[in-house]
Design a protein around this ligand. Structure first.
Ligand code: NAP
Length: 449
């Protein structure tokens, strides 16, 4: 039986690969989920009958469009825009927009696929989608960013709606970009439809805690994993990759819970500061002045900048990858474990390669995969939608408490599911199975759509 099932799942995976050639990140994300599903099909044979796995791997809709824009000198540029509306069985498509030169269909599809499971874990009524462009915001003026965002939204708006598809930010898309995107949506539609976009500014429909939510949430998840092991973050030495939105608020919450972060990074290099990263300085450099992390060392003579350095070689007890996909490979994972790392909480999406994940699981350290650990961002986006729907705005403490409860519930659900399916402490299996069952049940209930 087990062999037949394995063959069946392998054959579905081979079909996904053949139907989506060259989309390596998408293949990787699908394989990881499918590998968890054998016991689910034994318990729920109806999912096979309804071909749920085959259907769940095929996005409901994929939109690819031209984004022409003009730079400050009047030169014309053409980028490509994407929106993959993956699954709306439990709610409107929901997921961020990524602006980065590495973006192509395979990246957006992997992110959309991860998102649909992550969103199911939050317990909120949101389906999964993701979008973005191969546009590189780095070094562009505010006016160039605005013209690009306006052009992007001029196509995207027709696919959006509070009950249809609700984007947010991701790499390269923060408050500034979301402002320009929302402004253009409002201008084209003549509707102040707040809940069509999340991550909005506080003065125009945003939610308190949304900016902090992914980082804070990832730290809550690690806190819970350590609690099960009768341990805590107090006094732990931590390393956080990246220095963008997720990294900054991961560092902030780690500090608040008594841990010390000794390194962070950007795509050019790493900063190691044994005394503890000066978060106010990182915020100033990255959020306000949009500078490189290398400049940190000019303010702190006892900090070291290593151009092209590998952050996972910095010894730590807790590692929180918060930059991008596949940033920890098998060798990095081995280095982390050898240096005494006891917990990994993924703020980024799929930051660990499959061989790296195997190292963490074999070493039995507390490993929180992104689709569970970084769900706090989208969960708070759903809280933003709730506030928009009721024309209300909640205070910081109330909203943060809700985020904490959601992350604690995700931890409990994934932990208990792993136990139930005989994989104690394995949050990969716990997260994949919990979320798959939720979406699959909804898909069965809604009929063949
Ligand atoms: P962000 O604010 O744009 O920051 C991204 C950070 O990662 C920057 O420091 C960036 O350095 C670094 N980075 C990006 N691409 C890189 C690459 N190829 N190699 C090395 N470093 C790279 O983005 P973010 O919102 O923090 O997102 C970070 C991760 O969290 C992504 O995986 C995203 O999908 C995930 N995530 C975000 C949210 C959210 O609410 N924002 C929610 C869930 C998951 P440079 O500035 O040098 O590029």
């Amino acid at each position: 039986m087990a062999v037949v099932l394995e063959e069946k799942i392998e054959s579905i995976y081979q079909q996904v690969k053949a139907r989506n050639p060259g989309e390596n990140e998408f293949h990787q994300a699908v394989k990881e989920v499918l590998e968890s599903l054998g016991p689910v099909l034994v318990k729920y044979p109806e999912f096979s009958h309804h071909k749920i796995i085959e259907r769940i791997c095929e996005p409901e809709r994929q939109i690819i469009f031209r984004v022409p824009w003009q730079d400050d000198k009047g030169a014309v540029h053409i980028n490509r825009g994407f929106r993959v509306e993956f699954n709306s069985a439990i709610g409107p498509y929901k997921g961020g927009l990524r602006f980065h030169p590495s973006v192509y269909l395979g990246i957006i599809k992997f992110l959309g696929f991860e998102q649909l499971f992550k969103n199911a874990l939050t317990g909120m009524p949101i389906g999964g989608g993701k979008g973005g462009s191969d546009f590189d915001p780095k070094g562009k003026s505010d006016n160039e960013i605005m013209r690009f965002c306006q052009s992007f939204m001029t196509e995207l708006y027709r696919h959006l709606g509070e009950y249809t598809d609700v984007p947010a930010g991701d790499i390269g898309v923060g408050g500034r970009e979301l402002g320009f995107l929302f402004g253009q949506y409002k201008r084209i539609t003549n509707r102040y439809e707040s809940a069509v976009l999340t991550g909005k500014g506080i003065g125009w429909g945003g939610s308190l805690v949304r900016t902090e939510a992914t980082g804070y949430g990832a730290v809550y998840f690690v806190r819970e994993m350590l609690k099960v092991r009768k341990d805590s973050l107090e006094g732990k030495t931590c390393v956080v990759s990246g220095s963008g939105n997720v990294a900054i608020y991961t560092i902030e919450k780690l500090n608040q819970l008594g841990a010390k972060v000794v390194a962070c990074s950007d795509s050019n290099g790493i900063i190691v500061h044994e005394k503890g990263i000066d978060l106010d300085l990182v915020k100033k450099l990255k959020e306000v002045e949009r500078r490189r992390i290398a400049d940190y060392a000019t303010y702190h003579k006892d900090a070291k900048y290593i151009a092209g350095g590998n952050i996972w070689e910095v010894p730590c007890q807790v590692a929180m990858p918060s930059a991008t996909q596949n940033e920890i490979n098998g060798k990095d994972a081995k280095t982390l474990v050898k240096n005494g790392c006891i917990a990994v909480g993924e703020g980024a999406n799929m930051p660990t390669t499959p061989d790296g994940v195997k190292v963490f699981l074999d070493a039995k350290i507390a490993y929180g995969p992104g689709k569970a650990a970084n769900a706090g961002g989208v969960a708070t986006s759903a809280l933003e939608m709730q506030q928009n729907a009721s024309r209300d705005s909640w205070n910081f403490e109330f909203t943060e408490k809700k985020l904490d409860e959601i992350m604690t519930n995700i931890h409990t659900a994934t932990y208990e599911t792993a136990e139930e399916f005989g994989a104690s402490g394995n949050y990969v299996i716990g997260a994949n199975i919990t979320s798959f069952i939720k979406v699959a049940n909804a898909m069965v209930a809604l009929g063949l759509i």
